[in-house]
Every structure is written in structure tokens, then in C-alpha cells.
Design a binder for this molecule. Structure first.
Ligand code: ADP
Ligand code: ASP
Ligand code: MG
Length: 412
């Protein structure tokens, strides 16, 4: 008998019929003798709908009230799923984040989990019940409802699995595992049997929304066996694992991630003197704008150009700040572009292989795609390109690195 935490995403509980199908599936696990804790998202589209309502009234909406609002989506699905289970003679009880007591910090709309009280859940499991927990939400020390950021139900699932020391955390979604790249963009993308936590973390942080970054971080930190599976099709899915040294030969590149939500800003003709970078980025970070890539060029005539990228939603805000800073610094001008995208290749095999970057740049050149910015780490290379070339770039790289052919994991 195993203890399993299962998380079902928005499309998997998007209609009453699907909620009934999830109940049927959970019942099957109970009949095999497993203890099951289920985490559910809101019905697909519901969180966006609620955010839209808020924006019609106040922009930006008060963060505390935003959390009270968006957390309602998950409260609907926990109750409906429990009804569907109870109807099937499978006793079940629903819990909101605060009823479990998923304690978080007070950073509304992007709270972090601090502690989970497992008492209620263990008591119900012992009594033979399925426990159904609302994903994406928690409560702070003061009793305020908090939420964990978009896609946060994944993190609720993994955090509960860690707290309960579950045998596995299963993330059920609308694809049958983690693919070499988003299968909705590249038809020949392949499901991986396994991927390392390290690679999955890079993929998630570079734009692959199949798992929320914090969920992967949590699973790596607490060694939670994590698997991504299709909600309604049988199959092995993808196991997120610690690195497997027994691999005879690792592929150099495991996957390609991309992100359209990017914008680029450059301050031209900045005096090349100490303290300039902090004078430019200080006000940007004070305005709560997160900066991603940063590039400072070598200056030739005592001035330099300073470029960085931000989330596209923060483009206007960052531009306004830079206009002011640029005038204060006596820089030449501020230019920007919010029609860019980031494409990244990811793979632990990169550590032991030379020539990966040049192969990437050649593949992009073959498709006449101009590279605007480059950044690298030990296991990834990212480039900024014009957004209109994004799909072409991802497809070209996918075939240049033979991701559609190589059996990425069979050698493991
Ligand atoms: P859920 O609502 O179940 O949480 P998400 O929409 O958050 O589902 O995540 C699943 C989606 O992630 C898939 O439909 C797919 O389009 C997208 N995706 C992006 N990159 C990948 C990838 N490398 N492998 C699989 N799916 C990916
Ligand atoms: N419902 C939330 C969202 O849409 C959380 C989740 O689905 O994981 O982001
Ligand atoms: Mg998701």
C-alpha cells in the first residue's frame, strides 16, 4: 500500500464530466489499497476569468483582495470532486489551504510555503478517506488567504508530498509527460522517460510551464519522487530524477524551452564610470520589476550601452524609470523592444561537450535568425531573438540537436 499525492490541473477538472472521470480514477487507486491525497486546480479558464473581473474594477488590484478572489476557483473544484467521490461510495473530504493549514509568508499573489500541518490529513487518511486539497493557496500567520503564483497547484502537490513523505507525487495534466519541447509547438517533440531535477528546473525557469519552478525546487530539495502523467491516458509519464550516473551516454541537449513574455531595454551612451549599473538597476528593482538578462557592452569613448530584459508586462513601467534615470546620468537615449522572445537549450551533457554554442548559433544562422542577446550557464544557453521567429527557431534547434530522433533516455 502506497501513499500517493495526485495533482490534477485545470483542464483535467475543466468540466463536470472530467471531474467525474477524475473521481473514477481516484477510486481505482483506493480500490488497489493506496492512500490518496488529491490536489486540484480551478476549472480551466476560471483563474483568468477572476483576474479579468478584478482588473475591470481596479488596476492593479489590491493584492490581499486578489488572493481572496482567485483562491475561490480551487474551492469550487475541491467540493465538486468530493461530491463525485462520495457519490461513488468513496469517502472524501475537502480542505482549503487554510483549513489544512498550509502556512505561507505574507507575499500576496506569490507567497512561499513555510510549513504544513499534516494532522487533519493523516487523521482522515487513517479513517479511510480521500483527502482533497485546494491547490495554489495558503494562509499567512495573521490568517490572511495567500496564493502561490500562477501554476502554484503543482507546488501545493509537491509540498504536501514532502510533508507527508508520500511514495510519489503525480502531476496529472493534458500531456502525457515532459517533452523535449512544448509538443504544441513542435509536432516531433518526444516524451522523455526521465529528466533530472536540475534540467527540469532550468526548463521550468526558462518558460516550460508544464511544471511550476517552485514545485521542481521543492521536489529536488526534499527528494520527492515526482512524475508527470496524462490525466486520462495510461502511460509511464516522465519521472523527474536525481542525476543517473549509470547512463552510458547522455544526450548533450535534453530539451528546448522558450518564453514569449520578454521585453528588452537599452540605455545608450551611458558614462562608463563606477556605479552606473547600480544607478540604472536600483530604481528598477525598487519598483519591483524583475530583471532577467543583463549585458553591458565595452565602451570606446568613455560611454557604454547597457541592456537588460524584463517581463513584457513590466516594459512600460521599466521604460518610464529608465527615461528618468537616463536624464540623471546624462546618457544619450533609451531604446526598447517588446516583441522579442527567449529560446534556450538545456542539458547536463553540455558540461562535458564542446561546440554546443556554435552548433546552436549555426542552426539559427541557417534559418537567417538574428541573435540579439546571449546568456549562458553551465547547463543552458539562452538567446533573445525577434518574437516572429520563435517557432522557426525552436523547430530548427530541435532538429539540429536531433531531439526528434535520439532516444533521450533509453541509455539510462
Ligand atoms: P495544468 O493546467 O494541468 O497545470 P499546464 O497548462 O500548466 O497544465 O501545463 C501543461 C502544458 O505545458 C501542456 O499543455 C504543454 O503545452 C505545455 N508545455 C510546455 N513545455 C512543455 C514540455 N517541455 N513538455 C510538456 N508540456 C509542455
Ligand atoms: N489556478 C491557478 C492558475 O491558473 C493555479 C494552478 O492551476 O496551478 O494559475
Ligand atoms: Mg500548470
Amino acid at each position: 500500500m502506497a501513499l500517493i499525492v495526485q495533482k490534477y490541473g485545470g483542464t483535467s477538472v475543466g468540466t463536470v464530466e472530467r471531474i467525474e472521470a477524475v473521481a473514477e480514477k481516484v477510486k481505482g487507486f483506493r480500490e488497489r489499497g493506496d492512500d490518496v491525497v488529491v490536489v486540484v486546480s480551478a476549472m480551466s479558464g476560471e483563474t483568468n476569468r477572476l483576474i479579468g473581473l478584478a482588473q475591470e474594477i481596479q488596476s492593479p488590484p489590491t493584492a490581499r483582495e486578489m488572493d481572496v478572489l482567485v483562491s475561490t476557483g480551487e474551492q469550487v473544484t475541491i467540493a465538486l470532486l468530493c461530491m463525485a467521490l462520495n457519490k461513488r461510495g468513496c469517502p472524501a473530504r475537502s480542505y482549503t489551504g487554510s483549513q489544512v493549514r498550509i502556512l505561507t509568508d505574507d507575499a500576496h499573489t506569490k507567497a512561499r510555503i513555510r510549513d504544513i500541518d499534516d494532522e487533519n490529513i493523516r487523521r482522515d487518511l487513517k479513517a479511510g478517506r480521500v483527502v482533497v486539497v485546494a491547490g495554489f493557496q495558503g494562509v499567512d500567520e495573521e490568517g490572511n488567504i495567500t496564493t502561490l503564483g500562477r501554476g502554484g497547484s503543482d507546488t501545493t502537490g509537491v509540498a504536501l508530498a514532502a510533508a507527508l513523505k508520500a511514495d510519489e507525487c503525480q502531476i496529472y495534466t493534458d500531456v502525457d509527460g515532459v517533452y523535449t519541447t512544448d509538443p504544441r509547438v513542435v509536432d516531433s517533440a518526444r516524451r522523455m522517460d526521465r529528466i533530472t531535477f536540475e534540467e527540469m528546473l532550468e526548463m521550468a525557469s526558462l518558460g516550460s510551464k508544464v511544471l511550476q519552478i517552485r514545485a521542481v525546487e521543492f521536489a529536488g530539495k526534499y527528494k520527492v519522487p515526482l512524475r508527470v502523467l496524462h490525466s486520462f491516458q495510461d502511460g509511464p509519464g516522465t519521472l523527474i530524477t536525481i542525476e543517473d550516473d549509470s547512463a552510458v551516454e547522455r544526450p548533450v541537449i535534453s530539451g528546448i524551452a522558450f518564453n514569449r513574455d520578454e521585453a528588452k531595454l537599452t540605455v545608450l551612451g551611458v558614462p562608463d564610470i563606477p556605479g552606473v549599473a547600480s544607478r540604472i538597476l536600483g530604481p528598477v528593482s525598487e519598483a519591483n520589476v524583475e530583471v532577467d538578462m543583463i549585458v553591458q557592452n565595452i565602451g570606446d569613448d568613455q560611454t557604454t550601452d547597457f541592456t537588460f530584459t524584463v517581463h513584457r508586462n513590466d516594459y512600460e513601467k521599466a521604460s518610464e524609470i529608465l527615461q528618468r534615470v537616463s536624464a540623471e546620468l546624462g546618457a544619450k537615449e533609451v531604446v526598447g523592444n517588446n516583441k522579442i522572445a527567449k529560446v534556450s537549450i538545456v542539458g547536463v551533457g553540455m558540461r562535458s561537450h564542446a561546440g554546443v554554442a556554435s552548433k546552436m548559433f549555426t542552426a539559427l544562422a541557417d534559418d537567417s535568425i538574428n541573435i540579439q542577446l546571449i546568456s549562458t550557464s553551465e547547463i543552458k544557453i539562452s538567446v533573445i531573438i525577434a518574437e516572429k521567429y520563435l517557432e522557426l527557431a525552436v523547430r530548427g534547434l530541435h532538429s539540429a540537436f536531433e531531439l526528434d530522433q535520439a532516444d533521450v533516455v533509453s541509455e539510462a
